[in-house]
Design a protein. Structure first.
Length: 441
């Protein structure tokens, strides 16, 4: 029987139970001589500020220089992947959307693409639904990068950019609320299509945002790019070259800021991205400054993609035609702003007894997915977001596991931090843009 170095264990009626302790903190501290050894061990966290979530770093310092850094994750663990095994395939959308809470549309889309691949209906998704998915993902990419810019600016002392970044993000969240009914955690992208169509007033808001945003981006650059403190805190800080990125499995803007133009929208297209015109921004230096430049450039490319998606929106259904799979996508809200309207319920009940029974079974039991397993990956704001979905032929997933970029990218933190100053740990960690909800899921 193996033993754990990090947790004591005991046998119970329900199996072996582990009691998690403070990792190897006691061992590290015990090995340090406070009188003769100039090194000290510091707990950075677990706390929310400066770490984009509840992250704990154990830093071994010599003066202000970091000699060793360790990342400790799991403080935000929600058990979402395990919970999916106890819900039907449709209900899974409401769980996965809460993982990386800054990129909910990406969580949902990756999950939906995996389920559709298992069902064998990938080619049956309507053109309008696919275009809406691209539209929503690129708006979500912009809002996610704005949060990164805002929080990183705050962490490095640029308080104004914190206010401006969140201010512009509100425009996008307002658009999301108009389309989905919610600002975050939408469960909007469903297996088979999307939950409901994009209303005309949302299109107007999106075009207003596209007209306003370029000026705001210019203001951000005027505020930061020539600012001496900003450049000192970002240039040649937390450097990780392309060899290090590839060795650690790092993807997304961190990899592209090291010079490798690897973007799944180009290299392994999905949702028709191969038919859109856009560039993959890169930067040669692999430092915090490079990641800043890449993300600003990606916002501009996403705006180009949003505009193209708007031009492609043609009238049509937003859910597959197969009623054994299609979740109702023509919903109507009741007078209390909640639930379905009486007219919509009456319409469902008035069609036929068979359609009513089928609607009831679809909602309560869900559809069956043929046995098999798939892996589907998309380009999320933080890198490759992959879904490994396994079906045993039932109405619930046998297993769903996410390859989450925040979790993988955090491996780079020791490589970036060790040998540098403790102040640069903040800049390096922020430049990874980890979201601990996705990391700990």
């Amino acid at each position: 029987m193996t033993t754990s170095n990090y947790a004591s264990e005991r046998e119970t009626d329900e199996g072996r139970v582990f009691t998690v302790t403070g990792g190897d903190w006691d061992t590290i501290v015990a090995g340090t001589d406070p009188i003769n050894d100039e090194r000290i061990v510091v707990n950075m966290g677990p706390q929310h500020p400066s770490t984009h979530g509840v992250l704990r770093l154990i830093l071994e310092l010599e003066g202000e220089t970091v000699r060793e850094a360790r990342s400790v994750v799991g403080y935000l663990h929600t058990g979402i992947e395990k919970n999916l095994e106890y819900r039907n395939w449709i209900q899974g959308s409401t769980f996965v959307t809460r993982m990386d809470y800054l990129a909910p549309i990406f969580n949902e889309t990756a999950y939906a693409l995996a389920v559709e691949k298992l069902l064998g209906i990938t080619d049956d998704i309507t053109e309008r639904a696919t275009t809406i998915r691209v539209l929503m993902m690129e708006l979500n990419r912009i809002s996610s990068h704005l949060v990164w810019l805002a929080t990183t600016g705050m962490e490095l002392g640029a308080i104004s950019i914190m206010l401006y970044g969140f201010r512009e993000r509100e425009y996008i969240l307002d658009i999301f609320e108009t389309i989905t009914g919610l600002r975050m955690n939408h469960a909007y992208v469903r297996p088979g299509g999307v939950a409901q169509d994009v209303p005309d007033d949302a299109i107007v808001k999106i075009r207003e945002f596209l007209k306003m945003m370029p000026k705001k981006l210019k203001e951000y650059e005027d505020l930061l790019s020539g600012q001496p403190i900003w450049t000192e805190r970002t240039k040649n800080v937390a450097v990780l070259d392309v060899t290090g990125c590839v060795a650690l499995g790092i993807t997304g803007p961190v990899l592209r800021s090291a010079g490798l133009a690897w973007d799944l929208r180009k290299t392994m297209p999905y949702c028709g991205y191969e038919t859109y015109e856009f560039d993959v921004p890169t930067h040669p230096d692999g430092d915090v400054w490079g990641r800043y430049q890449v993300r600003l450039a990606e916002i501009r490319e996403s705006m180009k993609l949003v505009e193209q998606a708007l031009d492609r929106l043609r009238p049509g259904p937003v859910m597959v035609a197969d009623r054994k799979i299609a979740w109702p996508a023509q919903l109507a809200i009741g007078v209390d702003g909640m639930g379905n309207s009486l007219e919509h319920v009456a319409k469902i009940m008035g069609q036929s007894m068979e359609s009513l029974i089928h609607h009831f079974k679809l909602v309560t039991e869900g559809f069956r997915v043929p046995p098999g397993q798939v892996y589907v990956a998309i380009e999320a704001p933080r890198g490759e977001l992959g879904v490994h979905a396994v079906s045993d032929g039932g109405t619930r997933p046998y297993r769903v596991h996410y390859r989450e970029p925040s979790f993988v990218n955090l491996q780079a933190l020791p490589a970036m931090a060790e040998g540098g100053l403790i102040a640069d740990v903040i800049a390096g960690g922020a430049s990874l843009d980890p979201v601990m909800g996705g990391c700990d899921r």
